[in-house]
Design a binder for this molecule. Structure first.
Ligand SMILES: NC(=O)c1ccc[n+]([C@@H]2O[C@H](COP(=O)([O-])OP(=O)(O)OC[C@H]3O[C@@H](n4cnc5c(N)ncnc54)[C@H](O)[C@@H]3O)[C@@H](O)[C@H]2O)c1
Length: 427
């Protein structure tokens, strides 16, 4: 049984999963003076980390190298090296498989961690998931594998990650962090850990509330993006410039929040997280969340709409998609990052290829190894545009030359409202 709070030690931290979420958490804990062991089953990723080569925008290779040189950060795939941690943070993927949550990574991590739990340790799940995962799924795995009792011998909590890759204003340290525990003592320990490197922690009364908070935040974005996407698809027929209407509505100082249309939603959050909630509600009650189902439907069909618009634009120029040279600008799911997971641009690319277009892709941020097989790359420069019958701007990276696109003689379909010119058509 763990007693006095003054005895809490948080110096040795294990972070399971060294991806977009786990690596920044590891660096935050190193900055706070902790000794961190980052564990990842991806041996190639671990090799890169060990070489001081960061693969994510929010952690520079310099910061990673400094952490390695300090001796307070190590990366490994070997669970035997985990040692006696005070805190263990789980940041593994939580994907969807055929519309259902796949929690096998969380389960496997739990089973791997359990034998290493020492009395007094704190385990924190950060992976996005549906309410009940921490107390119903993870807790029994940890207890069974450790022979210890949660809340008595070790502590357990949930703290959702709010990281926004590429965001220059808000990072891990200055974004308030929601914290929770399976009981009061667990909450206190989880909070104390994040207070080491996050400016503000926001405690909630249960792990389920914290799990729901994350899903609520992402469902809110997902539904609002679907709303403007649908408004965009009808505005054109009504003779309305949706972008101007959004800007005008944005002048209202209350009761309106600006969201913009685009080719769909991507990344590891919006296409997945709301469906976790939808799945759980459908499994555990007779209820439904019709807003999520509708938003999924609308956002999932935006690539079709973009392709149809491009097809119509080419048609007006007496060109068929079949055989047309199309320059795709941006494949990443959001601007200024290279992450193409779940990117709607991939669907646009596949559809154009299926229609017989000769497609080249300008994507300055995505490494070759991450690119889909067989994709031909091009530059978003004058030569790239001169080659193309049409260009479609899907991801508005700041480093694209929007003056060049605006003045180009090539037809440009701009799904992000970054260009204006005689050959430019907005979504
Ligand atoms: N990327 C984001 O912007 C973001 C933001 C908020 C929340 N999240 C959530 O955080 C979680 C992690 O996302 P991510 O983007 O960091 O994923 P990621 O794929 O970048 O990283 C996860 C890492 O976990 C490793 N891993 C998988 N199983 C493991 C195991 N059993 N032991 C050790 N390592 C293991 C993988 O090899 C991978 O390197 C997900 O639930 C995601 O929804 C992501």
């Amino acid at each position: 049984m763990i007693e006095a709070q003054e005895d809490i030690k948080m110096t040795t931290v294990a972070v399971v999963g060294q991806g977009y979420v786990g690596l920044p958490v590891s660096m935050g804990a190193v900055r706070a003076g902790c000794t961190v062991i980052g564990i990842d089953i991806d041996t190639a990723r671990v090799e890169r980390l060990r070489a001081g080569d960061s693969f994510i925008e929010d952690v520079s290779s310099g910061e990673l190298s400094d952490a390695l040189a300090s001796g307070r950060y190590t990366a490994t795939s070997d669970w035997s090296g985990i040692g006696a941690f005070d805190v263990c943070v789980i940041t593994v993927p939580t994907p969807l498989r055929q519309g259902a949550p796949d929690l096998t990574y969380v389960e496997e991590s739990g089973r791997a961690i359990a034998p290493h739990i020492k009395p007094g340790a704190t385990i924190i799940l950060e992976s996005t998931t549906y309410p009940g995962t921490t107390d119903q799924l993870l807790l029994p795995i940890l207890e069974a594998g450790s022979g210890l009792s949660a809340g008595k011998d070790f502590f357990l909590g949930y703290s959702p990650e709010r990281i926004d890759p590429g965001n220059q204003t808000f990072g891990l340290a200055n974004t308030p962090k929601v914290v929770s525990g399976i009981d009061k003592e667990s909450l206190a320990r989880v909070r104390q850990f994040y207070d080491l490197f996050v400016e503000q922690t926001v405690p909630v009364s249960s792990t389920r509330t914290a799990e729901m908070t994350k899903l609520l935040e992402n469902t809110f974005r997902h539904v609002n993006i679907a709303l403007v996407n649908e408004i965009a698809t009808v505005s054109r027929d009504l003779g309305v410039d949706v972008w101007e209407a959004i800007d005008a509505a944005g002048s209202k100082p209350f009761g309106f929040m600006r969201f913009t249309p685009g080719p769909g939603v991507g990344g590891h959050c919006l296409p997945i997280d709301p469906s976790y909630l939808l799945w759980q509600v459908r499994q555990t009650s007779r209820g439904d969340i019709r807003m999520i189902a509708a938003a999924n439907d609308i956002n999932d069909h935006m690539p079709d709409y973009v392709v149809a618009r491009l097809q119509a634009g080419l048609n007006r120029r007496r060109l068929a998609v079949n055989g047309a040279k199309v320059l795709v600008l941006g494949l990443a799911y959001k601007k200024n990052v290279g992450d193409i997971r779940e990117s709607p641009a991939l669907t646009v690319l596949q559809q154009l290829q299926a229609l017989g277009a000769d497609v080249r892709v300008a994507e300055p941020f995505t490494e070759d190894a991450q690119m889909p097989r067989g994709v031909l790359r091009a530059e978003a420069d004058a030569d790239g545009l001169a080659w193309a019958d049409a260009a479609v701007l899907l991801t508005d990276h700041d480093q694209f030359d929007y003056d060049l696109l605006s003045t180009s003689e090539t037809y440009v379909l701009d799904t992000r409202n970054r260009c204006a010119g005689p050959q430019v058509e907005l979504l």
